[in-house]
Design a protein around this ligand. Structure first.
Ligand SMILES: Cc1ncc(COP(=O)(O)O)c(C=O)c1O
Ligand SMILES: N[C@@H](CCCC[NH3+])C(=O)O
Length: 416
């Protein structure tokens, strides 16, 4: 399920002992397995077949080196900002395999996307469609568009990452979408090429995704009866992974759900997978700085914090934590916490961990997706480096930030 395992008492990623990475790059430090990412991408791309454009959702982890690998393997990309567009293009991604999602695209972002000649803009409101039509007219071209509809299905995931219910800000209500397609089909600067949805993230049960796909299919068929022929259906992302004891769907399970819902339909498919590709490829390495006890409650204070990995603080997410050196120390129930001045700065609550000595290192697993990508400099902490492991070798793919990186943005604007 993930590439981390013990060998001779040491935690490895693939053939590389993690203590060597700590010795070279220090802590906190993100580490990714190229092998795991490659296997996951190819497993999904293969299961979904040639009729599907398998996109990688860049928001999960936008490191340029990872994007370059995915581009080389033939992936498409799901982007949500001009910054992500620039990264994908820099990494050699094919513009004809880029879909652009998100509720708040600015004029500049729309212009940049059309200028790059991307495959499709996934449009989230009538107002956004009008803005895209205006920008395309100004540029003298046509914008390739899919409406992202909100199918009103409950994805059964954390409320912050469920996006397919009618109370969520995402998409156009499915009942209103048909009317908008029919109205805008006549606009000269809009070319409708597809229909899209994304119902949420970390889906373990895929039945809601099947239900959403069937609703998209109904809409697709109704539009066809009205002479609007779409070329693709985009099912979004959302396939979950194992963090704790979840039993996530396999690539074959996922493909079967889509095949079942779309059986007999001659239409291209697009998917936008983030976490399922990169989530379990990554770990955040951290050092134990202190053990402390407050009236019977034990804390393991480490040198990583919520600014490095926000998921436990934001979603109460559970991440496995393993010592780098297998330990015979007695188990201690504790909270694993960082140095940031917030009570919400924790990686685990009431977790039984071996009471490893101060100075030893821990690996926080499941950190490849929405880890570094959601990191910040909160408490004026430099961001951690990122390291890529290829077999037994490791190389830095983003350097550790320095004190100068923390000062320069303001110092570049004269202080007086
Ligand atoms: C539109 C869209 N596509 C794709 C994704 C990727 O999701 P995940 O990482 O769960 O596959 C997201 C995030 O949930 C999203 O909002
Ligand atoms: N940031 C979320 C996922 C968000 C999905 C984006 N729509 C997480 O860490 O689980």
């Amino acid at each position: 399920m993930h590439p981390f395992h013990y060998q001779n008492g040491q935690l490895y990623v693939d053939d590389c002992p993690l203590h060597e990475i700590v010795a070279r790059y220090g802590t906190p430090c993100y580490v990714y397995s190229e092998l795991h990412l490659r296997e996951r991408y190819h497993a999904f791309a293969h299961a979904l077949g040639a009729q599907t454009l398998t996109c990688y959702a860049v928001k999960a982890n936008s490191n340029l080196h990872l994007l370059r690998l995915l581009a080389q393997w033939g992936a498409g990309f799901d982007i949500v900002s001009g910054g992500e567009l620039a990264r994908v293009l820099r990494a050699g991604g094919d513009p004809k395999k880029i879909v652009f999602s998100g509720v708040g695209k600015s004029r500049e972002e729309i212009r940049a996307a059309l200028d790059a000649g991307i495959f499709c803009l996934n449009v989230e409101s009538a107002a956004e469609l009008e803005r895209i039509a205006e920008v395309a007219t100004e540029m003298g071209g046509r914008a390739p568009v899919a409406l992202r509809v909100n199918p009103d299905v409950d994805a059964g995931t954390h409320q912050y990452i469920a996006t397919g219910l009618k109370e969520s800000k995402f998409g156009i209500p499915i009942a209103a979408a048909e009317d908008l397609y029919r109205r805008a089909a006549e606009w000269p600067s809009i070319e409708f090429i597809g229909v899209a949805a994304h119902i949420g993230s970390q889906l373990i049960d895929l039945q809601p995704l099947g239900a959403a796909a069937r609703r998209l299919r109904d809409l697709y068929e109704r539009l066809r009866r009205h002479g609007i022929e779409l070329a693709h259906i985009d099912l979004g992302g959302g396939v979950g992974i194992r963090y704790h004891d979840e039993v996530p769907p396999s690539p074959a399970d996922y493909a079967a759900i889509l095949d079942d819902a779309l059986a007999g339909l001659e239409v291209h498919r697009v998917v936008e997978l983030g976490r399922a590709l990169v989530g379990n490829a990554g770990t955040l390495l951290t050092r134990v700085e202190y053990w402390k006890e407050n009236e019977g409650k034990h804390f393991c204070v480490v040198d990583a914090a919520m600014n490095d990995l926000l998921r436990p603080s934001l979603y109460g997410a559970w991440h496995e934590i393993l010592p780098l050196r297998q330990s015979a120390a007695p188990l201690q129930e504790c909270d694993v916490v960082g140095p940031v001045c917030e009570s919400g700065d924790f990686f685990a609550k009431n977790r039984s961990l071996p009471a490893v000595p101060v100075g030893e290192n821990l690996a926080i697993l499941g950190a490849g997706a929405y880890g570094f990508a959601m990191s910040s400099q909160y408490n004026t902490r430099p961001r951690a480096p990122e390291v890529l492991v290829q077999g037994a070798e490791s190389r830095c793919i983003r350097r550790r930030e320095t004190l100068a990186d923390l000062l320069s943005p303001e110092e570049d604007c004269p202080l007086d």
